[in-house]
Ligand binder design. Structure first.
Ligand code: ADP
Length: 592
């Protein structure tokens, strides 16, 4: 029992600190916040004045038949309406401004941090679900900061002010009225817990559904090729249906909560009408006072109901904030060292020294064991071996997509973990097997590493990459838009643009993952030529799939089961390595 109490407390305190972090988001704009609060208070005070106006209208105007007084009261009423309208406008505008502003900041903050997280972090998560959840969490927070927080404050003011004024009118009747508060609180706590639990279930179901959408859309060609459109759609329908069902359960609880609040409110009004009516008949209370009392009671009860239900929203927002800040607070395991070393001058000397490595997600599965590969300046070193041997993994250790567990990777003789990430990655360019182009123009894609490049520089790179001619043949030239993944371009064209992008980055070391897909021979020749230009004067690590590439390489490393089993030139390996011979003879290396 004690244990449960303490975890409950911990939960409460972490919720509180999450909400405090939300408040901190608003801090830079506190001037506006104070301003908004003033309007909020003024608005609440004015709305508390309504019942008083009603009271005077009834007591002075109607009962005593004083027409002048009655007209005066109506004038006041009109003035109050007008003031209230102005206050509400400013309150709403300023508070919403804060909400939208803070959430815009939060969105950027979260994305800034996500971009810095190591590749392995993304492997653990389904990207669609991640994106969907972030969007949903941010939306919850937006609603809370933008409207519910101010609603909560407004209702608390109205609650306290209302009770105070009730006490002034008739303290005994007030005590009767306050008797409804305990059942109210019980209902609020009971329903609050249910609502929170239910709404979390709804969020989870929606996140699952949006994960599926993202995945299906990203792989639409595979979906259609296998004729799975209807199956994906019906799986999505099931997800959505599940979300609908849990949404309904949430709504049922909410409806029960609202109807309990309404029953309690009207019961209180009835009791007060009964008791207060007797007081009026006995002459202890005027009709106007009773009217004001009834209106205040309605206000107090509805404020209480609102505050209670907002408690649920606040803790939902706390949950959303915690999840977002889990991402924001994540300290990237791969980051700049405390006291970084400058990258020495050099031309790309790389050494993988006795590397042991396993992926964090599979700690028992050693992917690399004692790999030792040295790339002298300007050399081309080819990695060959069966698929799954660890070639891609080796290549991804140099830009520190992952850190090794044993041994070290050095660039210009310095352990890559001692260098600033910016320096390290600035010295390396990667040309992937299936290059990804970003949506935007061809120019943007070539100048990806440095958008400030001049058109002439971009064109020079494109000429070297054998891409200039085909780019010029498009009506819009370098301004041609490429789709989300460059769908309008052929494989060979995309590759050449990716090569131009690498030329622009002017790296010391090049990591090349050779395309396995068959290009037509003309494209193939153009790509090979472009690559040859790109590789000139740089150190190159190539994951090779072609015989021509390995023949030209200065050295070939045969990778098998996470270890380098042989190194040498083509001729040497043909004589010394059975695996290599097998790769060549069974055409696992494409003869082209
Ligand atoms: P290759 O490039 O030679 O085909 P990889 O380097 O891609 O081989 O893979 C080597 C081994 O590491 C394989 O067993 C593969 O399943 C595993 N592996 C690759 N990437 C990951 C990852 N992100 N998480 C866990 N295991 C991985």
């Amino acid at each position: 029992m004690a244990k449960r109490g303490s975890t409950e407390d911990e939960k409460k305190s972490s919720q509180l600190s999450a909400l405090l972090r939300l408040v901190r988001l608003v801090r830079p704009y506190r001037g506006r916040f104070y301003f908004a609060s003033v309007f909020l208070l003024l608005g609440s005070v004015v709305s508390l004045a309504y019942p008083q106006v009603a009271r005077y209208a009834i007591d002075l105007g109607m009962r005593e038949g004083d027409t002048d007084a009655f007209n005066n009261v109506l004038t006041y009423l009109f003035a109050i309406f007008a003031c209230h309208a102005v206050f509400v406008w400013f309150r709403h505008y300023l508070m919403s401004w804060l909400g939208i502003r803070a959430v815009a900041d939060l969105r950027s903050l979260v994305f800034d941090r996500i971009m810095l997280l190591p590749i392995a972090w993304f492997h653990d998560r389904r990207s669609g679900e991640l994106v969907g959840r972030l969007a949903a969490d941010v939306a919850v927070i937006e609603e809370v900061i933008g409207s519910q927080l101010s609603m909560a404050v407004r209702n608390v003011v109205q609650l306290i002010g209302g009770v105070a004024l009730l006490l002034v009118v008739d303290w005994k009747l007030t005590m009767v009225m306050l008797a409804i508060i305990p059942p109210f609180s019980v209902a609020a706590v009971f329903f609050g817990g249910k609502l929170r639990k239910r709404s979390k279930v709804v969020q989870d179901k929606l996140a699952e559904a949006s994960g599926r959408v993202q995945e299906a859309i990203a792989a639409i060609d595979t979906v259609q090729a296998f004729g799975r459109e209807r199956d994906e759609a019906s799986a999505y329908r099931l997800d959505v249906e599940a979300a609908f069902q849990s949404g309904l359960r949430l709504v049922k609880w909410r409806a029960s909560f609202m109807s309990s609040v309404s029953v309690l409110t009207y019961a209180a009004l009835a009791v007060i009408l009964a008791l207060g009516g007797r007081s009026v008949i006995a002459g202890e209370l005027t009709a106007g006072e009773l009217t004001a009392f009834l209106i205040y009671t309605g206000m107090v009860a509805s404020s209480f109901g609102t505050v209670a239900s907002l408690y649920g929203s606040l803790s939902r927002a706390a949950g959303a904030t915690e999840r977002l800040y889990d991402v924001v607070d994540e300290v990237p395991e791969i980051r700049d060292p405390e006291d970084p070393q400058d990258l020495p001058e050099g031309q790309g000397a790389v050494h993988f020294e006795s590397i042991d490595f396993h992926y964090a997600s599979r700690p028992d599965d050693a992917v690399l064991r004692g790999v030792d590969i040295k790339l002298e300046v300007g050399q081309v070193v080819a990695l060959v071996g069966p698929s799954g041997a660890g070639k891609t993994t080796i290549a991804s250790l140099l830009p520190r997509f992952y850190d090794v567990q044993g041994g070290q990777v050095t660039l210009e003789g310095v352990d890559v973990r001692r260098l600033r990430l910016g320096d390290l990655r600035g010295a390396i360019a990667v040309v992937a097997q299936e290059p990804v182009l970003f949506s935007g123009t061809i120019r943007d894609n070539i100048a990806y590493s440095d958008q400030s490049l001049s058109q002439a520089q971009v064109e020079r790179a494109a000429v070297d990459a054998n891409a200039h001619v085909f780019i010029q043949s498009f009506p819009e030239g370098y301004g041609t838009k490429v789709g989300e993944r460059g769908v309008k371009l052929s494989g060979g064209q995309k590759q050449r643009i990716a090569i131009a992008r690498a030329i622009v980055a002017d790296p010391r070391v090049l990591i090349l993952d050779e395309a396995t897909s068959n290009l037509d021979s003309e494209s193939e020749a153009a790509v090979q030529q472009a690559l040859a230009k790109l590789m000139k004067g740089r150190t190159t690590l190539v994951i090779a799939h072609r015989l021509s590439t390995v023949r030209d390489a200065d050295r070939i490393c045969v990778v098998e089961g996470g270890a380098t089993t042989a190194q040498g030139t083509h001729q040497e390996l043909m004589n010394s390595s059975a695996t290599y011979r097998r790769l060549v003879e069974h055409q696992l290396l494409e003869p082209a």
